[in-house]
Design a protein around this ligand. Structure first.
Ligand code: VG1
Ligand code: CO
Length: 542
């Protein structure tokens, strides 16, 4: 074995987005592409003598990338790398291992909900010693490093056998291969009332969990079927595949339509759930009723105390800015602090570390708590199960009672995908330019109260993040948000977030798209979406 130092040159565009660096797989497989970015990570966070966690969602190129990263960690002097068997770890499980073993951070290989395969997407993300995604200051430094890189270090060696659990050595560095599921399953057992949930299952409660051929399969089978006694076959699409079986592992009504059909069909199970490529997202569905992620966050915040891990109550709640204000109403009623952060889990880390919040969530099917520093799909599913087991009500009953108590924030997100980047940028620029004159104007019969471009000052470290999305607030409490995605790999994706509040008791049962119709019209008129992009209908509605 020899340590090599390879001369390289900067490659343009290695800028991490909302959740790490994501590109088409062939781009990542191109000469020096992965190596440059990994060296930039090590140059910024330091590597000599350190311990890291490594794992990914098992998508195409995951196994090859893991070997490269291990050889580079060894050549850069790392002491030890803890790797999930087969180089597989769900994102929340990786976050947990980083914290459990008090490591210096970890590298997660995933493009999350984006499709996987030779022509699809790949990604690499660095998480800090607290288990959470690197904050903007750190990812900016990594990006800067990629623009000036001239060499990287790598061992020339055989592949490490990542199928074998135990310790091996690579150029003096310890490679510790661990079972990806065990520690995570133990963490879940420590938080939730497994006895109560198991009793519910043995009493005939039926569930369907769609792992979408992505990473949660083995986790869900072990926890739901083996430990909680759910019927065999409860977890479907349970074997992770490099191309996710051609599925788009994005747990929303569009991509998880098989689950939706089952839950809205004849004799549906009591509870349905799906998770994404790397296991940090969740969609929750009751028999004949869909739970919007913003509502799910609010219900979980209001009921978390029913689970043993949160029996003492929660410290506070945080949601990303585009997420509906349903959680704010719960926080207010419970006398809790509530925070509004930019999109992306990295903004929750400081609040969680400081003990200011316990539960966090995003409208994009992400919920989590202070047990790790990532959103956590199976955690959300288990908290729902725990609540259902204690309250002994259906999902529909729980939602109806929730809305009756707090009112209902009708909510929807419309995505316009693969727009020409220049057109999307021009649209956002024009909209941003018009914000100053919007307050007081009437649009489609609705009165605009205020408009701004969301900026966030971190309450813990004071760092400022600007231009996080355009918000238009109406006098009746309705709201429109527009921003461009930071995770896409093809052109631009426009995300249009729509919200309208009904205090009840009338008007709690409307179809969300109908309830939001005037808000949708106002958004199209204000932003001139069709004029700029040629699109009048979204590609995905959630
Ligand atoms: C999207 C979601 C955001 C989420 C991010 C990462 O970002 O909107 O809420 O945190 O994906 O999720 P964007 O910039 O495309 O809107 V995932 O499951 O990568 O880890
Ligand atoms: Co994800």
């Amino acid at each position: 074995m020899t340590k090599l130092t390879i001369a390289t040159q900067p490659i343009a565009g290695q800028k991490p987005g909302t959740s790490g660096l994501r590109k088409k797989t062939p781009v990542f497989m191109g000469p020096h592409y992965l190596e440059n970015f990994v060296q930039a990570i090590f140059d910024v966070v330091g590597c000599a003598g350190k311990t890291f966690v490594l794992g990914g969602d098992g998508r195409y190129f995951n196994d090859r990338a893991a070997q490269v990263i291990l050889r580079m960690a060894a050549a850069n002097g790392a002491a030890r790398v803890i790797v999930g068997q087969g180089a597989v770890l769900s994102t929340p499980a990786a976050s947990h291992l980083i914290r459990l073993n008090k490591t210096d951070g970890g590298i997660i290989m995933s493009a999350s909900h984006n499709p996987g395969g030779p022509k699809e997407d790949f990604g690499v993300k660095f998480n800090m010693p607290n288990g959470g995604p690197a904050p903007e200051g750190v990812t900016e430094a990594m990006y800067k490093r990629t623009t000036e890189i001239s060499e990287y270090h790598i061992w020339e060696s055989q592949d490490v056998d990542l199928g074998k659990i135990g310790r091996q050595s690579l150029g003096g560095m310890i490679v510790e291969v661990v079972d990806p599921v065990t520690d995570y399953a133990m963490l879940m057992e420590s938080l939730f009332d497994f006895k109560a949930i198991a009793a519910m299952f043995s009493g005939g409660f039926r569930m369907r969990m769609d792992s979408m051929c992505a990473v949660t399969g083995p986790y869900a089978v072990e926890i739901l079927e083996n430990r909680l006694g759910a019927a065999k076959g409860t977890v479907v699409n349970a074997v992770p595949l490099p191309d996710f079986g051609g599925m788009h592992p994005d747990p929303n009504p569009t991509w998880a339509h098989a689950l939706m059909d089952e839950m809205f069909g004849q004799n549906p199970p009591d509870f349905g759930a799906a998770s994404d490529g790397d296991g940090d997202r969740n969609m929750v569905v009751g028999a004949g009723i869909y739970v919007s992620p913003s509502d799910s966050l609010a219900v979980l915040a209001a009921n978390a105390h029913l689970a043993p891990g949160y029996a003492k109550g929660i410290a506070g709640v945080a949601r990303s800015m585009p997420t509906s204000a349903a959680a704010d109403r719960v926080a207010k009623a419970m006398g809790l602090e509530c925070f509004e952060t930019p999109t992306g889990w990295k903004f929750f880390g400081n609040l969680l570390d400081a003990g200011r919040v316990t539960i966090c969530g995003e409208e994009s099917f992400g919920t989590g708590s202070d047990h790790v520093r990532e959103k956590d799909g199976l955690w959300a599913v288990l908290l729902w199960l725990n609540i259902l087991a204690v309250r002994k009500q259906s999902v529909a009953q729980i939602l109806a009672e929730h809305w009756a108590k707090f009112g209902r924030n009708y909510y929807s997100r419309h995505d316009f995908e693969a727009i020409e980047t220049a057109k999307a940028d021009a649209m956002m620029a024009e909209l941003r330019g018009s914000l100053a004159g919007l307050a007081g104007r009437e649009i489609e019969g609705m009165q605009i109260a205020a408009a701004d471009d969301f900026a966030y000052t971190d309450p813990v470290d004071g760092s400022v993040s600007k231009a996080q999305g355009v918000r238009i607030m109406f006098a009746d409490g309705s709201r429109i948000v527009l921003r461009l995605s930071g995770t896409g790999t093809e052109g631009a994706t426009l995300r249009l977030y729509l919200e309208r509040y009904s205090a009840g008791p009338q008007g709690l049962d409307l179809d969300p798209q109908q309830a939001l119709a005037p808000v949708i019209r106002a958004a199209h008129t204000l932003a001139a979406i069709a004029t700029h992009t040629g699109r009048s209908e979204p590609d995905v509605i959630t």
